[in-house]
Ligand binder design. Structure first.
Ligand code: ZN
Ligand code: ZN
Length: 420
């Protein structure tokens, strides 16, 4: 074949779609019961939005962003993540002027030029929550609870919630200094990326995947030792709230998140059955981001997760996500007169929300009955020569074999039977 799908992307084929619908519907439901409303932004934005928010030295911006120029030479990027676009829309549409909290969720594709591997793609689908408007630690717990309830509600059990605080700009300055002191003696042994990170954002050194860097970073000081009093109080209140909600968590001081805009609470949910790519979702507070991209100084917190790994985890845990839809009724006709009689009927059934299959290319009664069986339809609606003569239809229950004859009109009776 001449054409191939781009590397790192995939088709969601018809026989997989029902699984996607199931996890997407479940996310919409859990977001709705917590008062979150859906927001949909374009898949591309000005490239500078991401440079500004994620940080120009972040891997996402430096290595992974799909950039392009439009016909007029303007710089755009396919969105590598969902938070900056939502915040851009929040500021642009002046949602920041109301003074009340704004609760948003989104679902959609993101793009990163990354090395494809199991559960990691160049076009991937994310679900996410953004809560904007308050620094109250209750909302940290609320946002985390949505993610926790979503994943456990789908049937996942081997989950681990890992929690950290990355502090505010004041305490992270102290921490950066501590990290520089720690890494200084081994500077020459770090990878070239980390040597740059050392000067720019030393905490990114903790995130490096190069084995020798990992080894050097193993005993680096913990962020938590450098929190100031206000950040300590906030962090412990988040933990209290999670405790009251009976959501189990462990503290992991190594959660740094790849993007620059996080402050205070950072968290991740890990699925224990997935090997190296085991992070299902993560997020944190970003109290400085809104001001950074032109809005007022408003605190916020959110998370994002990928559907690909979620589906892998559900598979691993053997969670049954239902099945593709099967017809309520398969319509079988013999001869042209029967088909004429049945078409208005077929349309009325579908209009009433009944999934009805019909295939006039299958001429013989036997072929149609076989197709009906194969489709797993609950009923067959049969109109043969006898039925035409008597102005009747035969309704056959394909599971029990029971059948009954019914007058063709009115159709309500049959619709009732099929809906029951
Ligand atoms: Zn602080
Ligand atoms: Zn490194």
């Amino acid at each position: 074949m001449d054409y191939k799908i781009p590397r790192g992307t995939y088709d969601i084929l018809p026989q997989q779609s029902y699984k996607w619908q199931k996890v997407i519907d479940a996310f919409r439901k859990i977001a709705a019961v917590c008062g979150y409303q859906e927001i949909t932004t374009p898949v591309f934005e000005q490239a500078s939005l991401f440079e500004r928010s994620s940080g120009e030295s972040s891997d996402v911006v430096k290595k992974e962003m799909y950039r392009f120029q439009d016909q007029k030479g303007r710089e755009f990027a396919l969105r590598p993540e969902g938070t900056a676009p939502v915040v851009r829309s929040y500021v642009e549409n002046r949602l920041d002027l109301g003074g009340s909290n704004t609760k948003l969720f989104y679902i959609g594709p993101m793009f990163r030029y990354d090395r494809p591997q199991a559960g990691r793609y160049r076009q991937f689908y994310q679900y996410g929550i953004e809560f904007i408007g308050s620094d109250n630690p209750y909302f940290d717990a609320e946002v985390i609870s949505i993610l926790w309830n979503y994943l456990t509600g789908l049937g996942l059990r081997r989950l681990r919630l890992e929690l950290n605080s990355v502090g505010c700009p004041q305490c992270s300055t102290a921490y950066d200094t501590a990290l520089r002191n720690y890494f200084q003696p081994s500077l020459a042994d770090l990878c070239p990326d980390c040597q740059l990170r050392f000067g720019q954002k030393p905490r990114r050194l903790l995130d490096c995947k190069v084995p020798s860097c990992k080894q050097i970073a193993a005993y680096a000081p913990s962020q938590l030792e450098y929190l100031d009093d206000a950040c300590k109080v906030h962090f412990s209140a988040v933990q209290d709230n999670l405790g009251l909600m009976q959501i189990p968590f462990t503290i992991n001081p190594r959660i740094v998140r790849g993007l620059d805009y996080y402050t205070n609470t950072a968290f991740e949910i890990v699925y224990e059955g997935l090997g190296a790519q085991n992070s299902l979702a993560g997020g944190g507070r970003y109290n400085g981001l809104i001001e950074q991209i032109g809005g007022k100084s408003i605190p916020a917190i959110g998370f994002a997760g990928g559907f690909e790994r979620l589906l892998l985890a559900l598979d691993e845990e053997e969670v049954e996500l239902g099945a593709p839809g099967v017809p309520d009724v398969y319509v079988i006709t013999l001869g042209e007169a029967a088909q004429k009689l049945v078409l208005p009927y077929l349309n009325a059934l579908r209009g009433a929300g009944i999934y009805a299959e019909f295939d006039p290319d299958k001429a013989s009664f036997k072929a149609q009955l076989k197709a009906a069986d194969h489709s797993q339809a609950r009923f067959a609606l049969i109109v043969g020569e006898d039925e035409v003569a008597a102005n009747q239809v035969t309704l056959k229950n394909l599971q029990s074999g029971e059948q009954q004859t019914l007058p063709l009109e009115p159709s309500d009776r049959i619709i009732q039977l099929l809906k029951a």
